[in-house]
Design a protein around this ligand. Structure first.
Ligand SMILES: Nc1ccn([C@@H]2O[C@H](COP(=O)(O)OP(=O)(O)OP(=O)(O)O)[C@@H](O)[C@H]2O)c(=O)n1
Ligand SMILES: C[C@](O)(CO)[C@H](O)COP(=O)(O)O
Length: 248
């Protein structure tokens, strides 16, 4: 089966000096324990297609991504490669690692062989399968525009409490200064390499590793559809949102 996706738009560096090459890493090697679907979360279908297929197609639909490197569960590499083959030769599959940070690092190492000239790297959770292409474009454009690290964010709707080890509330951070962080997160390639090389232990996102280096991280508006499918409730929400879209 051939699947159409738009041609990659040529994006120039500021000043028009050179064409930018963008590579997207998709950590998809998690077990999906909180979803409890009995198979890796990336392979769980929504509206008949695995989350991972939706996620990779969304990246390609942005028209900004030249290469995609997926970190698959080690036991499912061949299955994932077969699944994604119809999306074309720009999509590569490698084995992921024990933690998300390990999977990203393995995909980054592989990306530098598939796309040695890459300027911009995106890191995008397979679990955020319905991120609109305009969010992908906004992140790429912000990095190309000169921000070396960029994350999509949404304001926090709940009041957030800080608690101690016994669950007692010890503080209430000012909500107006909090943001919920999504993916894709975008980086100048050299900065992400440096951040992962310096990383001691895992981090819950890649921008966190950049922050440890003392480097600035910029934000762009995220989108509710970039929600992370973590629990059965999230999966039901994703099914309902997509069904609503198809019904329009
Ligand atoms: N060793 C790991 C762990 C996670 N991920 C990926 O990182 C993304 C965000 O992780 P999360 O949503 O927490 O997925 P899981 O680790 O699968 O979920 P859980 O913690 O419920 O098992 C997912 O696309 C997941 O596949 C990965 O590539 N390698
Ligand atoms: C990267 C991330 O999606 C940003 O919100 C999130 O931190 C992943 O978290 P998880 O620990 O893998 O669930």
């Amino acid at each position: 089966m051939f699947v159409f996706h738009p041609p990659v738009e040529r994006v120039l560096l500021p000043g028009g000096s050179a064409v930018v090459t963008v590579v997207a890493l998709v950590p998809a090697a998690g077990r999906g324990e909180r979803l409890g679907a009995g198979r890796p979360k990336a392979l769980v279908p929504v509206r008949g297609e695995p989350l991972l297929t939706h996620a990779v197609r969304g990246l390609l639909a942005s028209g900004r991504v030249d290469h995609v490197v997926v970190a698959a569960p080690p036991a499912e590499v061949d299955q994932v490669a077969d699944l994604l083959r119809p999306l074309g030769p720009a999509v590569h599959v490698v084995a992921g690692g024990g933690e998300r940070t390990d999977s990203v690092r393995l995909a980054l190492d592989a990306a530098l062989t598939f796309a040695p000239a890459a300027d911009v790297v995106l890191v995008h959770d397979a679990a955020r399968a319905f991120t609109p292409p305009e969010v992908v474009r906004a992140v790429v454009d912000a990095v190309v525009g000169g921000a070396p690290a960029v994350v999509p964010v949404l304001p926090v709707a709940d009041t957030v409490k800080q608690v101690d080890a016994d669950g007692r509330v010890v503080g209430t951070p000012d909500r107006s200064a909090l943001r919920a962080v999504q993916t894709p997160q975008g980086f100048a390639v050299d900065l992400l390499r440096r951040a992962h090389a310096a990383a001691e232990g895992a981090a819950t996102d890649d921008a966190g590793l950049v922050e440890r280096l003392g480097e600035p991280v910029a934000t762009v508006p995220g989108h509710p559809w970039a929600m992370k499918v973590t629990t059965p409730f999230d999966l039901a929400v994703a099914e309902a949102v997509l069904a609503g879209e198809e019904g329009r």
